[in-house]
Design a protein around this ligand. Sequence first.
Ligand SMILES: Nc1nc2c(c(=O)[nH]1)N[C@H]1C(S)=C(S)[C@@H](COP(=O)(O)O)O[C@H]1N2
Ligand SMILES: [Mo]
Length: 315
Amino acid sequence: MLIRPSVPRDLRSSEITPESLYLSRREWLAAAGLTVGAIAGASALLAKRADAQQAVGTPFGLQPDDKPTPWMDVTSYNNFYEFGTGKDDPAVEAKGFKPRPWTVKIDGLVKKPGDFALDDFLKGSKVEDRIYRHRCVEAWSMVIPWRGIMLADVLKRAEPAPSAKFVEFTTLYDPARMPGQRSSVLRWPYTEGLRLDEAMHPLALLATGVYGRDLPNQNGAPLRLVVPWKYGFKGIKSIVHIRLTDRMPVTAWNTSAPDEYGFYCNVNPTVDHPRWSQAKERRIGEFLRRPTLMFNGYADQVASLYAGMDLRKNY
Ligand SMILES: Nc1nc2c(c(=O)[nH]1)N[C@H]1C(S)=C(S)[C@@H](COP(=O)(O)O)O[C@H]1N2
Ligand SMILES: [Mo]
């Protein structure tokens, strides 16, 4: 069996401080002894330290005790039903997926619709590294260093018509490449939506990477949505189509279980899921559960979007 380091080998040496690569004399000796266990142990240790080094980006909405979730967890504990319903399925089943060439279509109520090759789609937008909290509706959470562009930037370039009120996003539909689409666990293709003012919010990202490198397939390569104040399922992966519309879009999860998943899906510790509480969450890698924060800790930035709305009704 081949033992591979669990983080990319292509770390530039300038990004790694000598201290972060420091191994104890005993660990070096063990590694030099070339025993399989020792090498695995040493590379796991390197992986941990390289993770901490690589989590570059501006922290957004982080609490003092929020630490980036290790690369290993971010890329091996996933929801991506197109590649299986188990948390460890996507990392395995999406391995051979080729996210290039890739075309993104923008149309609907815009002055400048078009089909763009991915590189052209990204051209002209500022690429940023931002560390966000990530809260899944299933009451687990992570802290993820994303790389991406502002969704608002892309929408502005397309010039929404005054009648545009919502944005609909669609994942690639290709059952030959996405084996999960051959079963009917969800309505395919996966779709999601935002109100236009939510989509224009500066926190809403179209992510192209994580931990400073291109998105692994299991995280939604080559382009996925990140809306940090909403439950994770808003973060639709492998997007091929963005459509501006005057009607509230139909979403995959709302279609499959309307009583459980609404259109808004804002993180809200006071509105429980019909089958479980949302008051607390399990941070991946931690033992004790943490209290969940209103709008996932982004209330100061986004609460005004929902002024006057009954969030129990608009769940
Ligand atoms: N196309 C598609 N997008 C998806 C999903 C999915 O099954 N299919 N799962 C969602 C859910 S429930 C979550 S929590 C996040 C998980 O993103 P991550 O695996 O990068 O953490 O992706 C979301 N986007
Ligand atoms: Mo989720």
